[in-house]
Design a protein around this ligand. Structure first.
Ligand SMILES: [Zn+2]
Ligand SMILES: [Zn+2]
Ligand SMILES: [Zn+2]
Length: 269
């Protein structure tokens, strides 16, 4: 029996419905360099079972091997067509955008993803300083210590799930960012954090911690206030980075702490 799924980018600028012949339980991964940086979980669709319901304009990023479309407001990747390799010619929808699906519970089928089919993705050793970069190279962050020395975390809140974000939180002193001017920033909800995506390729390389307005601590009793402020200043000193964008690393080789608690109360606005 056909099952109807609903998908959207995080900000809701682009929305669609997908009618699947049965329940979706698996997705495809692709080892091309764009799909790795964006952590795509692909579902193959045909134009007949896919319908756009809110047609916000998508930004297109095109290389010799892929035509990738993402929301230019929130950065969520939606759809791509590969121009070479085993996925060539298929219409692929990012399964991470479907509200009815928990990507942590999808079986991943990478048998079509013969790594040798892609010349641009030979895994190298990630040398120090580590370089985190978007796909087109306009945004870079250099980390001065080995990523394995940090806690590496992945959760499936509405935002991280769509960005396939795997996070580390070094301090600002340990990171040098270049190309800030080549990003657009997305902030949502309480706006305590900003997500910086490359304007050209859409890849999320780093986040910025803004925290709550410091005046909210004025209301606390003196003793609690001191503790809360210590946490606040600690958080404000951090520079979150997206490990998926670390050049030369195979995320499968990392020890990632996964938190499968799902949504934080996100509702499509
Ligand atoms: Zn959006
Ligand atoms: Zn790909
Ligand atoms: Zn870029």
């Amino acid at each position: 029996m056909a099952v109807l799924y609903h998908g959207n980018c995080h900000c809701g600028n682009y929305q669609f419905e997908l009618s699947s012949p049965g329940e979706i339980s698996s997705a495809l991964t692709c080892p091309c360099s764009v799909c790795l940086k964006k952590g795509y979980l692909w579902l193959e669709v045909s134009s007949g079972n896919f319908q756009t319901t809110h047609d916000g304009r998508l930004t297109e990023y095109r290389t010799s091997s892929i035509q990738d479309k993402f929301c230019g407001q929130c950065g969520t990747g939606i759809v791509a067509e590969h121009l070479s390799g085993p996925l060539q010619g298929k219409i692929l929808i990012n399964g991470r955008t479907l509200r009815e699906i928990n990507p942590f519970q999808l079986a991943v089928n990478d048998e079509v993803s013969d790594k040798r089919a892609f010349g641009d993705n030979e895994l190298r050793r990630a040398l120090l300083p580590h370089n985190f970069s978007c796909h087109c190279g306009a945004v870079n962050a250099q980390l001065s210590l080995p990523v394995a020395h940090l806690d590496i975390r992945e959760d499936n809140c509405s935002s991280c799930v769509r960005n396939a974000y795997i996070g580390v939180q070094p301090t600002k002193e340990q990171v040098a960012i270049s190309g800030r001017g080549n990003t657009f920033e997305y902030r949502y909800g309480q706006k305590f954090t900003g997500l910086s995506h490359c304007i050209t390729c859409g890849v999320l390389v780093y986040k910025t911690v803004y925290g709550p307005p410091i005046t909210i601590f004025d209301r606390l009793p003196a003793e609690m206030r001191e503790r809360a402020l210590a946490v606040y200043y600690r958080n404000m000193s951090l520079q979150p980075l997206n490990v998926r964008t670390l050049d030369g690393i195979d995320t499968a080789s990392l020890r990632i702490e996964r938190n499968d608690e799902g949504t934080e109360g996100y509702e499509l606005g």
